[in-house]
Design a protein around this ligand. Structure first.
Ligand code: FMN
Length: 351
């Protein structure tokens, strides 16, 4: 890691970035679940990675691959620099991106420019970001639309992270109105809304509720990748008194995805799979299981911390190449041929 990566940082969001780069913030003993599935390579397909077309659309924008870098940052000089790198590289590959929570910019307009990335990514799908906790404590559709308009985004990702809020010493404990807040926001907002977890996943009951709302997509962000309870523990070591079972509590991404595909029957509601999907192979498994798009966050941050823009470019290049190699070995050249073809996957039998 570049030792100067966090030389001058102070904000809470920068603490999060620093903790993620300097520590192991992954789940312990909880996998995203994709290792329970096997893909059998066919070696006689005669298809080359160059024959594969993974293009798709999100929020009316064309993308060359069904991939997004999930929202992480903004609100500081470091956040601005990272958002700019992500935007440039996403634009090069023509994939989507989200920014981190814009609450700080709603509260302090001087920070707005750290989220504004359209100068580097004019045409990619871009997601604004706010937390539902703010809507349970006073925000209205006004702040939601402001977040979208301030960065000229295509939609708003609303993150839902009650477990983290409850564990965090400065977290928002006012979660009583969470469902009503979501209902109100979705019915009043004139822009598309995506509801996302942050690495704990959504249960079947949660997803049934979400599928009743007029949302554009769910980002399941299941367990097995970045663990926010652990990140909060690094910020506040007294949390290490909590049991490791609680700290590592969440629903594995593959399980959330299978449930989401079963519950969300309206094909106009899209499913974004994320939470520990850190390889092209696992991304292909997620698409076979029925995801419309795949997103990742931490691996992008780690790649940037290692080698800035070049590091991220290399990571995404290899991720896409891996997806294409796997698809070539499956004899598949188009995204539509992949989705829900569950016969391409085998469930590993337990030993
Ligand atoms: C450093 C960092 C900061 C994040 N900040 C936000 C945020 O502000 N808003 C949000 O919705 N999710 C945030 N996330 C969660 C990610 O968007 C994503 O849902 C989660 O990390 C799971 O993906 P992963 O396992 O690929 O990291 C953040 C993740 C990381 C690693």
């Amino acid at each position: 890691m570049d030792q100067n990566f966090f030389s001058n940082t102070s904000s809470r969001k920068d603490d999060h970035l620093k903790i993620c780069v300097e520590n192991d913030v992954k789940y312990e003993n909880v996998s995203s679940g994709f290792d329970n599935y096997l893909i059998r390579p066919n070696i006689l397909t005669g298809i080359s990675p160059d024959d594969i077309d993974l293009s798709t659309k999100l929020l009316g924008k064309s993308m060359d691959f069904p991939l997004l870098i999930a929202g992480m940052t903004g609100g500081s000089e470091k956040g601005k620099e990272i958002n700019k790198i992500i935007a440039k590289v996403c634009d090069e590959f023509n994939i989507g991106m989200g920014v981190g929570s814009q609450r700080v910019a709603i509260e302090n307009p001087a920070l707005i420019d750290s989220f504004q990335v359209r100068g580097n990514a004019e045409n990619i799908p871009l997601l604004a970001n706010l937390g539902i906790a703010q809507f349970s404590s006073g925000y209205s559709v006004k702040e939601a639309e402001k977040a979208i308009e301030m960065i000229n985004a295509d939609g708003l990702a609303i993150h839902v992270n009650p477990l983290q809020e409850l564990i965090q010493y400065d977290g928002n404990k006012n979660l009583m109105n969470i469902q009503q807040s979501l209902k109100d926001l979705v019915s009043e907002c004139k822009y598309p809304i995506i509801v996302k977890s942050v690495g704990t996943g959504f249960s079947k009951e949660d997803m049934k509720f979400l599928s009743s709302l007029n949302i554009t997509a769910i980002d399941i962000a299941g367990a097995g990748g970045t663990n926010w309870k652990k990140i909060e523990m690094y910020r506040n070591p007294s949390l290490s008194d909590l049991s490791s079972t609680l700290i590592n509590w969440g629903i594995p991404t593959a399980e959330c995805l299978v449930n989401a595909v079963g519950i969300i029957s309206d094909s106009s509601k899209k499913i974004i799979a994320s939470g520990g999907i850190w390889s092209g192979m696992d991304a292909v498994k997620a698409l076979i299981l029925g995801a419309d798009y795949v997103a990742f966050a931490l691996p992008a941050l780690l790649a940037i911390s290692k080698d800035s823009e070049t590091g991220l470019r290399k990571f995404i290049h290899n991720y896409i190449l891996e997806m294409k190699i796997v698809l070539a070995m499956l004899g598949i050249t188009k995204l539509e041929e992949l989705r829900k073809k569950k016969n391409l996957l085998m469930r590993k039998t337990p030993h």
